[in-house]
Design a protein. Structure first.
Length: 80
């Protein structure tokens, strides 16, 4: 549950959070093919995306959070 302070900051944070195209996310992820991003979307495995009309966009923060989770998964795997 979010508190009032978090709810008040959310519109400002979202306004300052750039939207990225699949091509930009591909570059951000070191050249992951755009086709892989599409497959991940259909399998609900990749970063959370937005559909704006016919366009797919990713919030930079969503991609960064997804990468953090992947880092955590890798670290946990290495510890086992």
């Amino acid at each position: 549950m979010t508190d009032q302070f978090t709810r008040d900051l959310q519109p400002e944070r979202e306004a300052n959070d750039p939207l990225l195209s699949p091509e930009q996310v591909s570059q951000m992820l070191g050249g992951v093919p755009v086709g892989s991003l599409k497959r991940w979307r259909t399998e609900r495995q990749g970063p959370t995306c937005l559909h704006i009309g016919r366009h797919v966009r990713y919030r930079r923060s969503a991609v960064e959070e997804w990468l953090r989770r992947k880092d955590d998964e890798a670290a946990a795997w290495m510890e086992t």
